[in-house]
Write a protein that binds this ligand. Sequence first.
Ligand code: UD1
Length: 420
Amino acid sequence: MDKLIITGGTALDGEIRVSGAKNAALPVLAAALLTDEPVTVCNLPHLKDITTMLELLGCLGVESIVDETMNVEVRAGGIRRLKAPYDLVRTMRASILVLGPLVARNGYAEVALPGGCGIGSRPVDLHLRGLAAMGADVEVEGGYIKVRTASRLKGARLFLDTVTVTGTENLMMAATLAEGETLIENAAREPEVVDLAECLIRMGADIEGHGTGTVRIRGKERLGGCTHAVLSDRIEASTYLVAAAATRGRIRLKEVEPALLEQVLAKLREAGAQISCGPDWIELDMQGERPRAVNLKTAPYPGMATDVQAQFTALNAVASGTGIITETIFENRFMHVLEMTRMGACIDVSGSSAVVKGVESLKAAPVMATDLRASASLVIAGLVAKGDTLIDRIYHIDRGYECIEEKLRQLGACIHRVPG
Ligand code: UD1
């Protein structure tokens, strides 16, 4: 297993490009299952999760052709198999995104139950209830979700009692080929949901209200191909901004959409960062100052993303003052705290809150990455710690951060990978 070694203590300083968003790219790739015409996806990040999704599509019989600029043409003309096997699903929960499109176009799908994972139980009941309300038979047998419909799915009024991102995406995709109109209420408003809706509209879908809590979809008999460039990764961008702030450094991000990061930029200003933005760039400068601790509570978009919670915990760990971080989306998403404590951080977890009392500096220690964003927070902790931090199990990082060592080195960090 590869490891990362980070020699901390350098203030980040430099410019990097933000990659395409993993969480937008995954549903867009799954959407290609809705048509037999080619869908070309551009600005795909080069990540393990993307390879896993392409592998999953491949095992369903979908052809993918990658060109020299890393654009991928996906052709789902000859779907041979309607089963997402456990081996792939267990490495990537987002595999559930093939369920809606397969059932809508082929009338049947089997997807292994994703089960629990590092950050809580994460059920998929709302995906299944939505498909059942659209007329599908849903059963769970032998660890597989089996969904069948004898005729076209029927449009329905779906109320999601919890805001779910992939749930909204799955049901929106399914509804594009259903008979009649579907209304998804309490839908997720995340920019990645909007990006998927825009791709589906390019494929010929009739969708309104994406980006609001009520999405209306009028089903079509068929969809066609399109070319779609996925939006930039606001979570990757946030991670580098927080890293620069924690190290008292400076950073310029290019190919980013500042409007998608408003909450994060406001928090970083509160922490003492000077920030300026242009149409597709963001600059942050701490002017060598130590950040101030911030209070933060995660919430569905447009609230503070749970996917940046761990990174802000790392920032607070070395900030002046005390900050309270409250996680409202996932249970058990404080695994990074134990590892940071081993580096000298002063953090008390009580229920869904972590009270972080900033210390002057952290001390390097061997630590273990436990999930994707927890790993990012340990990288930030390593960047500010004195000495060499060894981070184990970094396959979690490779799932979601494109060329993390190259990008951090471009910013002046001392980081290298030890193949394991
Ligand atoms: C997506 C993101 C992930 C992010 C999360 C929350 C992708 C590929 N992943 O995950 O990075 O952390 O949104 O912003 O886009 N829930 C149910 N029943 C369901 C579905 C969800 O109770 O059927 C609950 C979950 O347990 C959780 C909450 O809803 O408490 C939000 O989860 P959800 O938005 O579904 O997360 P994902 O879509 O899996």
